[in-house]
Design a protein around this ligand. Structure first.
Ligand code: COA
Length: 258
């Protein structure tokens, strides 16, 4: 992996985008490496949660790599977007383990779009977020026009995308764009604290909850129906039997994710 660093500790995989001299811009190679690292984590039982962050003290990710697409034609642009949706952005949103964005600086364009796909966003107090695409004559192409509105509402999404104004961490918190703001020094500690809390629950139920919550945002899918079906499916799982058994026996559950 040339563009990312990975590290597993306490069942948490930390992925650090490692192009600090380019403010961790998302090149196609970086997107592919992120996909590969996540793909490897899907079936690895030693990994129960993922934290994504950026290297250096300036940026989480300053967007898609502008130099790379500067000469693209329309079909190439469409392919770039479609492939990115498939292998990274939709992939993260629908991931079967919790993915937390630890936003340690600029999260712009594709960087903010990646944070929007994550299940939880934690920002350091120096973070700045926004969609500068309209300054370049393009629009957000990795889901930003859809997912920003889902989190902050259509009116604010229009304002942020059309003006390209950046918001700081506190403003992002007020907008519900990020879940938590903390200091730069405490960012990863906070991310690990949340990840650790989540992974004490049933892995099977975590994956199912992510699926059911996401169902509300999928065209042609009835989220309530997904919830009803998935709720029912839980009753046939080993995790359900273990969770209920542990409660009745007044002990801590030992979930296997089955
Ligand atoms: N793609 C490619 N390279 C990028 C990049 C991006 N999205 N964002 C930053 N870089 C590169 C710069 O070109 C520069 O490289 P160089 O030293 O080889 O010239 C390096 O990262 C440092 O960036 P620089 O602009 O010098 O830092 P700054 O502190 O002056 O400004 C930003 C920081 C984030 C305001 C500025 O880099 C910026 O506007 N980046 C583009 C953001 C953007 O439009 N993202 C959406 C892309 S669709």
């Amino acid at each position: 992996m040339d563009n990312i660093l990975t590290h597993v500790e306490n069942s948490i995989l930390t992925i650090t985008i490692n192009r600090p001299d380019k403010l961790n811009a998302l090149s196609t190679a970086t997107i592919q490496e992120l996909h590969d690292a996540l793909q490897g984590a899907t079936s690895n039982n030693n990994i129960r949660a993922i934290v994504i962050t950026g290297s250096g003290d300036k940026a989480f990710i300053a967007g898609a790599d502008i130099a790379e697409f500067s000469n693209f034609t329309a079909p190439q642009g469409e392919t770039l977007s479609r492939n990115g949706h498939k292998i990274l952005f939709d992939f993260v949103e629908n991931f079967n383990k919790p993915v937390i964005a630890a936003i340690n600086g600029f999260a712009l364009g594709g960087g903010l779009e990646l944070a929007l796909c994550c299940h939880i966003r934690i920002a350091s107090d120096n973070a700045k977020m926004g969609f500068p695409e309209l300054n370049l004559g393009v629009i957000p192409g990795y889901g930003g026009t859809q997912r920003l509105a889902q989190l902050v509402g259509k009116g604010k999404a229009m304002e942020l995308i059309l003006t390209t104004d950046m918001v700081n961490a506190e403003e992002a918190f007020q907008l519900k764009l990020v879940n938590i703001v903390t200091t730069k020094e405490n960012l990863l500690t906070k991310a690990y604290e949340i990840a650790t809390k989540i992974i004490s629950k049933s892995p099977r139920a975590i994956a199912t909850a992510i699926k059911a919550i996401n169902a509300n945002y999928k065209d042609g899918v009835n989220g309530f129906e997904v919830e009803i079906k998935e709720f029912g499916n839980c009753f046939d799982t080993a995790d359900f039997k273990e969770g209920v058994g542990a409660f009745l026996e007044k002990r801590k559950p030992n979930f296997t994710g089955e």
